[in-house]
Design a protein around this ligand. Structure first.
Ligand code: NAD
Length: 472
């Protein structure tokens, strides 16, 4: 990783509560100068991010390979080009987003005019996760900058190469008086959470989200929580089998080896159809990853040995190991687990109770496809839900009756790429949303402003409140 090591410096100083307080104080005083509010500042920072992505694409790809063995094309499509397109959209639309919106007024205020004016929230904190460490760090920062905030980014320590690269690149490309990266794990994040922020934008799991929300509550700080959950794919028997199988694979194993918040967690299908679907998945898996998937360069590894062991123990659990119908091979030295399919694992197993976040795919069977709705509803609301069917009636029922952060019908994960769709969870899968204009709005306060002149000063509202006034 010659390019990467040339760019990334050793992180030197530890970060404690005192430094966190000084950091926020400095950023707040710089925010208070008003500099970040100007269109010029916002656009220049966004342009710098776009330039950073163009100029440092190779380093970013190398960092993602170092942290996750992420295949180059997967890294490019899912992280680099996706982040760049969000940045370009913000650059293109910023003037429109910033423009006050004129709204109707009422008879009570006549004559008057009214506007919704967006204002930045102030100094915001972005805490991100390790699985898409570049995208999940930079995408919210784009929204925070577009909305005119000062921002601190705390990337995940579990993807250390991406974390230190982000620290280095932000200091090289962006205005460091208002935009900073603080690296670290629990102690550093705790020090940051002890400060007063104007918004905390968190991507991660539900356990830590509760810590974030409790810390935010002390200062009434609003939060966005981008979490995960068990994302189901319900597969009807009337589908184009090959296309459905390919798209399920794309949303599971070709998606960071299943380490993705909107990756397919489990499949539900009918008893009669399960074997056909599993056969199609096996055929397409071999086409994509060859006969020995553990050797494939196109399969990301598990991020670290903690998560490798967690997944291995899910597989070894009582009543689960004998349900493997495909795969199940592991190699600890390379931290790889082959694409693994299991049929009807017990509902009480951790594989069906916890978010899997790895390359294991349980297939659950039901008598009728509609019974799948109840399986989904019996679990906390997922971040994404998928349905494969040609039946428009079933599609309608699914959209109306299944609650999830977002959905793609007849495919997986692609709704995340549509910038005009809000991306976020519901219930246990999160609070708030972002992407495109939603990112701008997430980091803005919408201020209602009523403009009056000195004319039309009707007596009606002033005492004395005579009966005659009520008649009017
Ligand atoms: P995590 O919750 O363990 O960590 C997220 C962040 O919180 C990291 O930056 C970490 O340093 C920090 N953190 C960890 N423990 C902490 C503590 N005790 N106090 C304060 N901060 C702490 O999540 P993860 O393992 O990085 O990511 C996996 C989870 O994130 C999965 O549940 C996944 O579904 C979810 N996720 C959601 C999205 C989304 O966009 N909704 C995207 C990716 C991942």
């Amino acid at each position: 990783y010659a390019t990467l090591s040339a760019v990334v410096k050793e992180q030197t100083s530890p970060f404690n509560g005192k430094e966190a307080a000084l950091l926020v104080e400095e950023l707040r005083s710089n925010f208070n100068t008003g500099r970040t509010k100007s269109y010029e500042w916002r656009i220049s920072q966004l342009q710098s991010i776009a330039r950073m992505i163009d100029e440092k694409e190779k380093c970013i790809t190398e960092a993602l390979y170092q942290d996750l063995s992420k295949p180059e094309l997967e890294a490019f499509l899912a992280e680099i080009s996706n982040t760049k397109s969000s940045c370009m959209l913000a650059i293109k639309e910023l003037k429109n987003w910033m423009a006050p919106e004129t709204v109707k007024t009422s008879v009570t205020t006549f004559p008057s005019s009214a506007q919704i004016v967006s204002e930045p929230l102030g100094v915001v904190l972005v805490i991100s996760a390790w699985n898409f460490p570049f995208l999940l760090s930079v995408e919210p920062v784009i929204g925070a900058i577009a909305a005119g905030n000062a921002v601190v980014l705390k990337p995940s320590e579990i993807a250390p190469a991406a974390s230190s690269l982000l620290a280095k690149l932000f200091s090289e490309y962006l205005d460091n008086t208002t935009i900073r990266v603080i690296e670290g794990g629990v102690p550093e994040t705790t020090a940051l959470l002890d400060q007063k922020w104007d918004k905390i934008f968190f991507t991660g799991g539900a356990r830590v989200a509760r810590i974030i929300m409790a810390a935010a509550a002390k200062n009434l700080t609003p939060v966005v929580l981008e979490l995960g959950g068990k994302c189901p794919a319900l597969v009807d028997s009337d589908v184009n089998l090959q296309v459905a199988a390919r798209r399920i694979i794309a949303g599971k194993w070709a998606c960071n080896s299943g380490q993705a918040c909107i990756g397919v967690d489990y499949v539900i299908t009918t008893k009669d159809f399960a074997s056909k679907l599993i056969d199609a998945l096996k055929t397409e898996l071999e086409t994509f990853f060859g006969q020995n998937a553990l050797e494939s360069k196109d399969l990301s590894r598990i991020v670290n040995s903690f998560h490798f062991k967690r997944l291995e123990s899910m597989l070894k659990e009582n009543g689960v190991a004998n349900k493997i119908v495909h795969g199940g091979q592991t190699t600890e030295d390379k931290l790889k687990i082959s694409p693994t399919i299991l049929l009807d694992v017990p509902e009480a197993s951790s594989m069906m109770q916890e978010e899997i976040f790895g390359p294991l795919l349980p297939v659950i069977t039901v008598q009728k496809i509609e019974d799948g709705f109840q399986v989904i509803r019996s679990k906390p609301k997922p971040l994404a839900a998928y349905l494969f069917t040609n039946s428009t009636e079933l599609q309608k029922q699914f959209v109306q009756n299944v609650s999830a952060g977002g959905m793609t019908i007849n495919d997986t994960v692609l709704h995340v790429t549509v910038k005009d769709l809000p991306f976020g969870g519901v219930g246990e899968s999160g609070i708030g949303a972002y992407h495109g204009k939603f990112s701008y709005e997430t980091f803005s306060h919408k201020k209602g402003v009523l403009y009056r002149s000195f004319s039309g000063d009707a007596d009606l509202r002033y005492p004395p409140y005579t009966p005659k006034k009520k008649m009017v």
